[in-house]
Design a protein around this ligand. Structure first.
Ligand code: ATP
Length: 201
């Protein structure tokens, strides 16, 4: 029986999911980061071979690494290619998430487990959560924050979000909404408050 709360984080692209997950980690939670797991899987020889077989040898750099930027450009323009990539990665990513969930559930090091999974609801993992947090942040601010790190167009954002369920549907699954429209200390304050409420339930 899992004693510690499992907390799912949902929100739009660039809404602050990873930032919120980091705050929870500061408060003693284990974080399961599905994007990070997917990225590390792309370094596996077996996955690289599958990418090469299905997407062609051009997707590998001269060093033999998957060119993630090029792969993203291909799959976010073609639903069939995205499904193909998902069929390669999702079973492995979810398997790894499952293992970590069990491991962290048994570990006394953590007082909660946070699921930072962009497709949490789409893959049905919202059912594993005791509490779901939706991060609200308007598109303009999300773009501004993402663009501080590199170029990203409104079109790109819309296209990538078109492959996910709508933000309204994500919010419908949430127990709490956080407004990530102020600075990082305001966000941290909201997380501390919510986590204390979750633990005291
Ligand atoms: P993705 O959907 O791409 O995985 P995400 O939802 O995980 O994104 P983050 O990576 O946490 O979002 O945040 C996007 C960017 O916005 C990051 O550079 C982060 O540092 C910044 N950011 C998030 N929240 C705030 C805030 N309250 N104040 C300033 N910058 C912020």
């Amino acid at each position: 029986m899992q004693q510690k709360p499992v907390i799912g984080i949902v929100g739009g692209i660039g809404s602050g999911k990873s930032t919120v997950a980091r705050e929870f980690s500061r408060l003693g939670c284990a974080v399961i980061d599905a994007d990070q797991i997917a990225h590390s899987l792309l370094n596996n020889a077996g996955t690289k071979q599958q990418i090469k077989d299905h997407f062609g040898p051009d997707l590998l750099t001269p060093r033999g690494d998957v060119n993630r930027k090029q792969l993203a450009e291909i799959v976010f323009r073609d639903p069939e290619k995205l499904s193909l990539l998902n069929s390669i990665l999702h079973p492995q990513v979810l398997g790894r998430c499952e293992t970590l969930l069990r491991k962290y559930g048994h570990s006394s090091r953590f007082n909660g487990i946070v699921l930072d999974m962009p497709l949490l609801v789409e893959v049905g993992w919202h059912t594993k959560c005791d509490h779901i947090i939706f991060i609200a942040c308007d598109q303009e601010l999300r773009l501004e924050r993402i663009r501080a790190k590199g170029p990203f167009s409104p079109r790109e954002l819309k296209m990538r979000e078109s492959f996910q369920i709508s933000l309204d549907t994500k919010q419908l699954h949430a127990d709490t909404t956080i407004h990530n429209t102020s600075d990082l200390s305001a966000l941290a304050g909201q997380i501390t408050e919510i986590f204390s409420k979750i633990l005291n339930r």
